[in-house]
Design a protein around this ligand. Structure first.
Ligand code: COA
Length: 175
C-alpha cells in the first residue's frame, strides 16, 4: 500500500489556550444521523475500551493488530481523542485518532477513523480540527501523518500538504 507523508506546518501562532482536558466534552449537540438524533462527545482519556476500538477499526476494514500492542501504543501516545455517543448509559465509540510527539517540535497523527455509519457528516473534519487545536496548545508546529491515497483530499482540505519543499517520507521495514 502506498502512503503519502503529509505535513501541516502552521506558522500562524494561535493563542496558547489553557488545557481544558476535562473528561467528556459535548462536541456536537443533536446530530441528525439517518433520522436519529445523537449528542457526540469527545474525550482525551487513554482509558479506552480496546475491544470497542478494535471493532471501530474492523468497521473500516483495517488489519487486526494485537490488543497488547495497541494498549502499549495508546499508553505511549502523546494524545488520544475518541468520539462517542451514549446509548443506555453505555459509551459507543464512533471516532478515534491518536498522536505521537517529541512534545516540542513535531507530532505525527495516526489511526484516524470515523465509523462508516457516521461518515460524511463532518465528524472526521471536526476530529482533525480538535487534534490540531490541542497540538497548537503545546506550540507544536510541524504535524505529519501518513495518508492512504484515497483520503489525501480529506487531509488537503484541512491544510495538509504533500512533500513540502520536495521532502519525502521514507520507510524502513524488517525483511
Ligand atoms: C477519512 C475519514 C476519517 C473522513 O471522515 P468523515 O467524517 O467521513 O469526513 P467528513 O465528513 O468530516 O469530511 C470532511 C471533508 O472531507 C471530504 N472527504 C471525506 N472523506 C473523503 C475521502 N475519502 N476522499 C475525499 N474527500 C473526503 C468531505 O467531502 C468533506 O469535504 P467538505 O469539507 O468540502 O465538505 C473517514 O472516511 C474514515 O474513517 N475512513 C476510513 C479510515 C481511513 O481511511 N482513515 C484515514 C487513514 S490515513
Amino acid at each position: 500500500m502506498i502512503f503519502w507523508k503529509l505535513f501541516f506546518n502552521s506558522n500562524k501562532k494561535t493563542r496558547l489556550e489553557k488545557n481544558t482536558d476535562s473528561q467528556n466534552i459535548l462536541l456536537i449537540r443533536n446530530l441528525n444521523n439517518k433520522n436519529k438524533i445523537y449528542n457526540i462527545y469527545l474525550s482525551t482519556t487513554k482509558n479506552i475500551n480496546l475491544y470497542e476500538l478494535e471493532k471501530l477499526c474492523d468497521s473500516v476494514g483495517w488489519v487486526k493488530r494485537p490488543l497488547k500492542k495497541v494498549k502499549i501504543a495508546l499508553e505511549n501516545s502523546f494524545l488520544t481523542i475518541s468520539l462517542f455517543y451514549y446509548n443506555e448509559n453505555k459509551k459507543k465509540l464512533i471516532g478515534f485518532a491518536r498522536v505521537t510527539s517529541d512534545n516540542s517540535f513535531n507530532a505525527t497523527i495516526w489511526d484516524v477513523v470515523i465509523h462508516p455509519d457516521f461518515q460524511g457528516q463532518g465528524l472526521g473534519k471536526e476530529l482533525m480540527k480538535q487534534v490540531i487545536k490541542k497540538l497548537r496548545i503545546y506550540d507544536i508546529s510541524t504535524i505529519t501523518l501518513f495518508a492512504d491515497p484515497q483520503v489525501i483530499k480529506f487531509y488537503r482540505h484541512l491544510g495538509f500538504i504533500i512533500d513540502p519543499d520536495g521532502v519525502k517520507g521514507m520507510f524502513w521495514y524488517p525483511l
